[in-house]
Design a protein around this ligand. Structure first.
Ligand code: 5GP
Ligand code: MN
Length: 345
């Protein structure tokens, strides 16, 4: 049995908003991952089956792997088509905000999102939601937005509209955000939802192959180089750091998504409690962090890198050189150890 978490009143209001909407826009966070893309496309697919005109906007491109998900060709990349993306937001009657809870997370589309006259509905699982939507379905204890979305669709009695495409897309988000049920996935009801997705035709084997067992030769070599030459481990501090400069990325013809799982790997080293990966982008340094146990990388990313995320998976940005970013991280290690690792002593 799946418990009722979403309030009856919320379900009733959402049902009305969908019934009254002609045009619907769906938008997710910048740097769209499997959960952002999966939830957006799944919702668009179900709304399409209901006869609604629903379009998905991504603030910037996603990886070529995620572009192989069903219906990914329908995504409107706001980097490539900024005017069209803005028009979709302006003309929408209803906007779904999926897998983010702060307008800043849609980057260059934030002004257009906030200015849009449409009612807005947040479906998300990050902590500390910002109050900018008409309805906020915020479930930080849940593993993925796709998991929350499935529960919302159930409550809306839209289960019959969830076909193999929608269920594959929702399973994609659950698999990505739990690392294939490696973390953040001890909730028994999550597996009941997965069982239901499989009954509705989700292609689990195809997803595992695509999401976890497909890599380009360049990406494989880049990850091997990063691990061999760029990994710094300070076991005493419980920390690991990997940095990659533009020049290094260019040498391996870096494409979006090529370093997706790199930051997780050093966590396998005994004694490493948290891991940081810094990648030099054009205008800033992208920071990604992962941790084990109760070490809160979201707090560190919020406090020092203008970002946020979850307890064990978070990110942010650093404005400066890659070496300055690395130094900033190293400078934090002693304080982090005292504050989070030795706190019980
Ligand atoms: P990743 O390291 O894969 O980019 O992100 C890990 C988690 O942190 C995701 O849940 C993502 O939503 C969140 N995250 C990543 N970058 C940022 C950021 O710049 N700001 C905030 N608020 N969250 C981020
Ligand atoms: Mn997510």
């Amino acid at each position: 049995m799946i418990s009722r978490i979403i309030k009856d009143e919320t379900v009733r209001r959402l049902r009305h908003l969908i019934a009254d909407a002609g045009k619907i826009a769906i938008i997710c966070h910048v740097g769209p991952d499997g959960d952002a893309v999966g939830s957006s496309l799944a919702l668009a697919h179900v709304l399409g089956a209901l006869g609604k005109e629903a379009r998905c906007i991504i603030p910037d491109a996603t990886s070529s792997l995620l572009m192989q998900l069903p219906e990914a060709k329908e995504l409107v990349d706001a980097c490539k088509h900024p005017d069209f993306a803005r028009t979709l937001l302006r003309e929408a009657d209803l906007i779904f905000c999926l897998d983010f809870n702060d307008p800043k997370r849609v980057d260059r589309m934030a002004d257009a999102l906030l200015a849009a006259r449409a009612s807005k509905v947040m479906i998300d699982h990050h902590e500390n939601p910002v109050d900018f939507t008409t309805i906020a379905i915020s479930q930080p204890e849940m593993a993925a937005t796709c998991y929350v979305l499935f529960r919302v669709l159930c409550r809306l009695e839209l289960l019959p509209y969830i076909d193999s495409v929608a269920s594959t897309l929702m399973l994609a988000g659950i698999l990505t955000d739990t690392g294939g049920f490696a973390y953040n996935s001890s909730d028994p009801e999550l597996f009941e939802v997965v069982a239901e997705l499989l009954r509705h035709g989700a292609d689990k084997d195809g997803l595992i192959r695509l999401l976890f067992n497909t890599v380009s030769e360049n990406a494989l070599r880049l990850n091997a180089y990063a691990m061999d030459r760029k990994l710094e481990v300070d076991r005493g501090m419980g920390a690991a750091l990997i940095t990659l400069s533009r020049a290094e990325l260019n040498r391996y013809h870096y494409c979006k998504g090529d370093t997706e799982s790199l930051v997780n790997k050093p966590l396998a080293i005994p004694g490493v409690v948290y891991s940081c990966f810094m990648r030099e982008e054009e205008k800033y340094i992208k920071v990604s962090m992962r941790s084990k146990g109760d070490f809160p990388v979201n707090e560190i990313c919020a406090e020092h890198f203008g970002g946020g995320g979850h307890l064990n998976a978070a990110g942010g940005e650093f404005h400066g050189t890659l070496e300055e970013a690395a130094e900033a991280f190293r400078a934090l290690m002693a304080e982090n150890k005292k504050k989070y690792i030795n706190k019980k002593q």
